[in-house]
Design a protein around this ligand. Structure first.
Ligand code: ADP
Ligand code: MG
Length: 263
């Protein structure tokens, strides 16, 4: 974990030449000065962010701050092409690449909905697509016994928590380089927070970097580093405890796009 850095809009990049330089390598993901309008309003307004290789990086911000927009822009979803700025993945410019080309390089929005496929077994599901790791081993890593679960139908006879684990086993199998988790604790109580933290660690142990998008500080505190999003840009970046303290001190329930900008 690195030392907190002074806050400014370029803190994510300041981190590169300070805190993150300790780990030497260029970041896995670097977003620089991204600008994007949605519905005639600037949602990303000079956003810069860096995620190091092997790092769990929390992106923290209130509802409406633009967190999901950051995820969709990184992934290259339709309608989310930035008007300005740069996106680099493993040193390569990716902002002109279509979504599937970015996915091929090993990034994905992971683990959003618990998988449910009527008619498929867990073994079938884990055999889909370009898999590199052993499905049984991946199930073990998410705390499920392969002998029990591989033959099971992937349907409503599994609990939501079991399906979330199975979905994550599928993510582990693909050996993603960057897993973007958008509000992994949102919605129904499928897994306890402690379970989610364990599973994020399993992703990290599998070699993935994780961009952990959340508005909840009890999730962000488990990251290696955190950045706070407000008004379409990163207003603070550094050790999670310091970023969370700043986030909490504002008590914004919904981002007003102004409070944090002029520090
Ligand atoms: P968060 O994930 O932080 O809650 P979002 O990224 O979903 O925030 O949204 C950021 C802002 O952009 C919100 O004000 C939202 O209403 C707006 N927004 C998101 N998507 C669109 C869209 N497709 N068209 C217009 N406005 C959008
Ligand atoms: Mg969102």
């Amino acid at each position: 974990m690195s030392t907190p850095k002074p806050a400014d809009a370029g803190a994510a990049f300041a981190g590169l030449s300070n805190g993150m330089a300790e780990s030497a390598a260029a970041p896995l993901l670097a977003a620089r000065d991204l600008r994007l309008e949605l519905g005639g309003r600037p949602v990303l307004d000079g956003l810069s962010l860096a995620v190091a290789d092997g790092e769990v990086h929390a992106l923290l911000g209130p509802n409406g701050a633009g967190k999901s927009t950051v995820a969709y822009t990184i992934l290259g979803c339709g309608g989310y092409a930035p008007a300005a700025g740069e996106l680099l993945f493993a040193g390569e410019r990716i902002d002109a690449l279509p979504l599937h080309e970015r996915a091929r390089r090993g990034m994905a929005l992971a683990w959003q909905e618990p998988a449910r496929f009527e008619g498929l077994t867990v073994a079938d599901f884990l055999a889909l697509g370009a898999r590199v790791d052993d499905p049984a081993e991946c199930l073990r890593r998410v705390g499920l016994r392969p002998e029990t679960y591989l033959p099971r139908a992937l349907d409503r006879t599994l609990s939501g928590g079991e399906r979330k684990r199975i979905e994550l086993a599928g993510v582990l199998e693909r050996r993603l380089r960057l897993a973007i988790l958008d509000e992994p604790t949102a919605g129904i109580d499928l897994l306890a927070l402690a379970d989610i933290v364990t599973l994020i660690d399993a992703l990290k142990d599998g070699g993935a970097s994780v961009l952990l998008i959340t508005h909840a500080e009890d999730v962000a505190v488990h990251a290696d580093r955190a950045s706070q999003l407000c008004g379409g840009r990163i207003v603070r970046s550094g050790a999670p405890e310091a970023v969370i303290a700043h986030y909490k001190s504002r008590a914004c329930e919904r981002c007003d796009g102004r409070s944090c900008r002029d520090e």
